[in-house]
Design a protein around this ligand. Structure first.
Ligand code: NAD
Length: 243
């Protein structure tokens, strides 16, 4: 029997990268997954690959109406929500001096604000015993050039997980956060010598991570294997955060 047998899960940003890798793992462990993403073609492809255990809900997590449509789709399924992986996030490399107020607002909205309101909108569906996993980044605690806005927004996500763990504990809802380092989410990353070198240089394990290594960590936090873990942060970064 799978670790998520009979469970209903939402994964935001589920059509690609770490969200899709986690969706594959969740489905293989018996979950029914609702995926949301902004573009129809990749979302349809992900749902097609995952089969009848997956439902795609097109939408942008920065948009209140789209979040309400996601809520309605899960609600219509009629079994509540056991796992929420708030994975979607955006950010761009930009030296500190070049960041405009507009870019700042967009990146904070796409990461911290979107995560905040994804949890708030879906909270009524979360059942006692549910698990919420928020996506942060090693850049939310370790300094990284060009990531001043992204890092600050991801630091906010880390903080949010701790506060929600305290507020939602009495409802038996656990809230934890994952913080990946350099993960090889796209084929082009594998070919990018600069990416490999820049990444590996500061990583004790001397390699970038693979999406499956993040999915395994998210599964641990989503499943009953972590039943007494809440308010914790799990780094999946090859030790990057320690140097
Ligand atoms: P990706 O670009 O491969 O996939 C992003 C997914 O999120 C896509 O499905 C996209 O449609 C969706 N998405 C993005 N913004 C969205 C929005 N506003 N509304 C709905 N869907 C949205 O990205 P990834 O590398 O898998 O990253 C996923 C998360 O992991 C992000 O929050 C990112 O910051 C975080 N992260 C990634 C790495 C890494 O090295 N890949 C490291 C640390 C943290």
């Amino acid at each position: 029997m799978g670790k998520l047998a009979g469970k209903v899960a939402v994964i935001t940003g589920g059509s690609a990268g770490l969200g899709l890798a986690t969706a594959r793992r969740f489905v293989s462990e018996g979950a029914r997954v609702f995926l949301t993403a902004r573009r129809a073609a990749p979302l349809d492809a992900a749902v097609g690959e995952l089969g009848s255990a997956a439902t795609g809900v097109l939408g942008d997590v920065t948009d209140a109406d789209d979040l309400n449509r996601l809520h309605a789709a899960v609600d219509a399924h009629g079994q509540g929500l056991d796992v929420l992986f708030a994975n979607a996030g955006t950010g761009r490399f930009a030296p500190f001096g070049t960041t405009t107020p507009q870019a700042f607002d967009e990146d904070v909205a796409g990461t911290l604000r979107a995560t905040y309101f994804t949890v708030q909108v879906l909270l009524p569906l979360l059942k006692p015993g549910a698990s919420v996993v928020l996506m942060s980044s090693a850049a939310g605690s370790a300094g990284a050039p060009g990531l001043s806005v992204y890092g600050a927004a991801k630091a906010g996500v880390r903080s949010l997980a701790r506060t929600l763990a305290v507020e939602l504990g009495e409802r038996e809802i656990r809230v934890n956060v994952v913080s990946p380092g350099y993960i090889n989410t796209h084929p082009e990353n594998a070919d990018a010598v600069a990416y490999q070198e820049a990444g590996a240089a500061g990583i004790p394990l001397r390699r970038v991570g693979q999406p499956d290594e993040v999915a395994t960590a998210v599964l641990f936090l989503a499943s009953g294997d972590s039943s007494y873990v809440t308010g914790s942060e799990l780094f999946i970064d090859g030790g990057r955060n320690q140097v």
